[in-house]
Design a protein around this ligand. Structure first.
Ligand code: PMP
Length: 285
């Protein structure tokens, strides 16, 4: 991914894609002191750009890291990067991290906090067969308790178990994995939140130990505006067989229908299509 044409915004400068490098003693590389955002630009406008910038700042604060950029500056950096690459429709990745500096132990108060903005064209997160319904494995890794790690932040360290879960899922021919939380409740996928439909009502796990996705919040609002009852609650695994539809939400995943989780099957049904259409219309409006 590092060998391609394009521009990357790095600490306020626009650099060539191939030159956007960091030193091997970067603190984040050793201790996961990094936070990031994944967003999409539709027809020249990033959906919820400011909310993503504010979340990045909040994630950094959760890691005791002060970003040297304001939300306005982050929003402007993203626009500048899209313009420099000539993209109207693209995925945008912003990352902030503790760089290399005087400290090379666990503590890194004196190391610079750095930031980069990258963008590239990215189609369906789960590939072209989206409407066949994704097949999910069930991960052996559990979303950790908020007392273990700042689980509400979008922080690099939280993704280690996601990568392992996704690798295990792909080895079984699945496109992703559903993860339970530390209590055994249904939590989310490795990079997307999860929703279920039962008899015309929507059920989604309470976001009390994982990322409360901006897409999740958007979809809940869209459903409520349509008069659909949404239950945000703890969901037990043995309830899965009673749900008729299931979909994932995320800035990259958008609305992705799920056809199967482990041995449970779901129909790619009318509510999933309605939510997907409403989301598409909103992000492109
Ligand atoms: N959970 C995880 C672990 C994620 O990585 C993402 C993607 N950012 C989401 C949920 C969905 O968040 P959002 O809708 O804000 O993209």
């Amino acid at each position: 991914f590092d060998d391609r044409d394009g521009k990357i915004w790095m600490d306020g400068e626009m650099v060539d894609w191939r030159d956007a490098k960091v030193h091997v003693l970067t603190h984040a590389l050793h201790y996961a002191s990094a936070v990031f955002e994944g967003e999409r630009c539709y027809n020249g406008k990033i959906f919820k750009s400011r909310e993503h910038a504010e979340r990045l700042i909040a994630s950094a604060e959760a890691l005791d890291m002060k970003l040297p950029w304001t939300a306005d500056q982050i929003v402007a950096a993203k626009e500048e990067t899209l313009k420099a690459n000539g993209f109207e429709n693209a995925y945008v990745r912003v990352i902030a991290w503790r760089g290399s500096g005087p400290d090379m132990g666990v503590a890194a108060k004196n190391n610079p906090v750095r930031m980069a903005v990258c963008c590239w064209e990215w189609g369906n997160y789960y590939g072209d067969a989206k409407w066949q319904g994704a097949k999910l494995d069930i991960s052996k890794w559990k979303r950790p308790s908020p007392e273990t790690i700042p689980s509400h932040a979008k922080a690099a360290g939280l993704y280690m178990i996601c990568t392992m879960s996704k690798h295990a899922a792909e080895a079984k021919g699945c496109s992703d994995a559903m993860m339970y939380d530390y209590r055994g409740y249904v939590a989310e996928a490795t990079g997307a939140n999860i929703f279920f439909v039962k008899d015309g009502e929507v059920h989604t796990p309470l976001a009390d130990c994982f990322l409360n996705g901006l897409t999740r919040q958007t979809v809940i609002q869209l459903l409520k505006d349509k008069g659909v009852t949404v239950h945000e609650r703890h969901i037990m695994p043995d309830e899965l067989e009673s749900f008729q539809e299931c979909w994932l939400t995320g800035s990259a995943a958008e609305i992705t229908p799920v056809g199967q989780i482990g041995d449970w099957h779901f129909q790619v049904g009318p509510m999933t299509r309605e939510v997907s259409d409403a989301y598409e219309a909103l992000v492109r409006s």
